[in-house]
Design a protein around this ligand. Structure first.
Ligand code: 6CS
Ligand code: FE
Length: 299
């Protein structure tokens, strides 16, 4: 097993450690300019407004609705329902649909930025659509994706980036992603342990691997009390570093907050044995089989 640089869920006390990996793994060449790279380095995320046109968003929305309809009556592990309702919360592994979303996951406008940030060729570690329907879309509690991908999927280094394509306008009031700027520079080693088959509940409501109040308060203090919200029009794209602390409130508005997430991982950082010592999570949530580098498709 690779050396565990980021132990977590190994004691009943949370601790905060410094990040060991670089944030930007390349010499900076690529589509993002200097101030965008600096903003990503400092905050741990970057919003690219309207990276996709309204025409393209219309196509994506049509595919989103089709995906929702096709999965509504499915009772499979990769279709997650909202707690307490039959509303779809997430559909995973949409990049393997050999159709619209597979092509979108290879779009050069997002792949080239991922390669610039990760300093290598990339592959999709995980993909999903989070629907967050109006009225029924529940919260995603604060967490670092990397903490889960490290402990439960054996991702050794912080060398992955989530690319969230906004499909329906993300307003202040329909449960936008919230991020603690600068939180990616620290690693919260969470208290507690990992229940067996944790993914069967954590994708609906994450408990294990969530930071304690003291650590969260400390992270927001380092950010001078700032908590940012990733609002923006459909077609915008949020890139957020794998270790940036984020979460989102429930959606009490009539307006859905649907985003497509492609998690790009460096081909130099393939998943190994879970550091929890448990069985690996299933393929739909942690891709181990298809890790050939993406050939970006011009668009
Ligand atoms: O466990 C995971 O991989 C998923 N859980 C959350 C809350 N965010 C990342 C990912 O979708
Ligand atoms: Fe997450």
């Amino acid at each position: 097993m690779n050396i565990d640089l980021y132990p977590s869920r190994v004691s009943n006390k949370a601790t905060i450690k410094e990040r060991k990996d670089p944030i930007i793994h390349s010499n900076g060449e690529g589509p993002l300019n200097k101030e965008e790279l600096t903003s990503y380095e400092d905050n741990g995320y970057l919003m690219k407004e309207k990276l996709f046109t309204d025409e393209e968003v219309k196509l994506m929305t049509k595919e989103l609705e089709k995906t929702m309809k096709d999965n509504q009556s499915k009772d499979t592990a990769d279709v997650i329902k909202e707690p307490g309702s039959n509303e779809i919360r997430s559909v995973f592994e949409i990049h393997k649909d050999s159709g619209f979303f597979e092509l979108l996951s290879k779009n050069e406008r997002i792949v080239k930025i991922a390669e610039q940030l990760l300093g290598s060729q990339v592959y999709i570690n995980q993909s999903r659509i989070n629907f967050k329907p109006g009225f029924k879309g529940k919260e995603f509690y604060w967490h670092s994706d990397f903490e889960t991908w490290h402990v439960e999927d054996g991702m050794q280094h912080m060398r992955a980036v989530s690319c969230s394509i906004i499909l329906t306008d993300n307003y202040e009031f329909n449960g936008p992603l919230m991020l603690i700027p600068g939180s990616h520079k620290w690693y919260v080693s969470c208290a507690g342990s990992t229940p067996d088959d944790n993914f069967k509940s954590s994708l609906q409501k994450q408990e294990a691997g969530t930071p304690d109040n003291e650590s969260l308060s400390w992270l927001t203090e380092q950010a001078d009390g700032r908590i940012d919200r990733a609002t923006g029009p459909a077609g915008s794209v949020l890139f957020f570093e794998c270790n940036t602390m984020h979460g989102s409130n429930g959606n009490l508005s009539p307006y859905p907050r649907s985003n497509v997430f492609f998690v790009f991982n460096s081909i130099k950082n393939p998943l190994g044995k879970p550091y929890s010592g448990q069985e690996p999570r299933p393929e739909f949530v942690a891709n181990r089989e298809r890790i050939e580098p993406i050939e970006a498709v011009p668009s």
